[in-house]
Design a protein around this ligand. Sequence first.
Ligand SMILES: [Zn+2]
Length: 268
Amino acid sequence: MKIIIIGCGTTGNAIIPLLEGKITLIDRDIVEERNLDRQRLYTKRDIAQPKAEILGKKFHYDYKIMDLDYSNISILKGNDLIIDCTDNLETRFLINEYCSKNKIPWIYTGIVGSQARVMASTGDFCFRCVFAEVKGLETCTTVGVNLKLAETLGKVVQKEVQKISSGKKSSGLWANGEWIKVKRNKFCPVCKGTYKYLEGKKENIIKFCGSSRYQFKGNFDFNLVKKRLKGKGSWFIHKDFYIFKERVLVKAQSEKEAKKKFAEIIGS
Ligand SMILES: [Zn+2]
């Protein structure tokens, strides 16, 4: 099975060691000291390095340090299963649309406070059939996540993966220890073929959940910035900045500070 795991945070840390196959890890964030208590695969030595790279090397898996969005979502193509270990609904709706359109099974995982959920979509219904778009819902879900809950969730995912790899259908929605049957919603826009997340929305600046980093997308010329700051490689570190081809991560206490730093160092 070719599997892509999106997100190397708390749920990713619980799930990754339980799976086998040809696995690719995707993550956009950097390891911080505050992650170490819940994200047990990282050690002090990993601080300030990209999460995807640390775990990719540790488990000998392919990895991509990237922020999945509508413009690069086709990276999921050719895989047998996608596992969502992200912490935001927007990415889940995006994955759902791509996987529904291209008929790729995917598993949603989420922890909201003391609630854990797992749901595989294998064609009979989709994520949007069950979850409506509510603005602001599930922001920063990984803050304060219970580690035991994440471990339980990992085992549920492991079983669903085994089921799907043997050609069986989804078990439905697992929520806090119970399986709930799920059916296609006849009003679901995604099942009717409307893919608004795949068309793309642009968020210029976002703050990562459970992290002190802000991300800026677009709005700069990577090669020019690289030359000016004497960076090396396909991405590089400069002071508080991680500079990638299409995005920049910067450590800051507030959005205002992040914008100020960006203007000073990267320009626009
Ligand atoms: Zn649907």
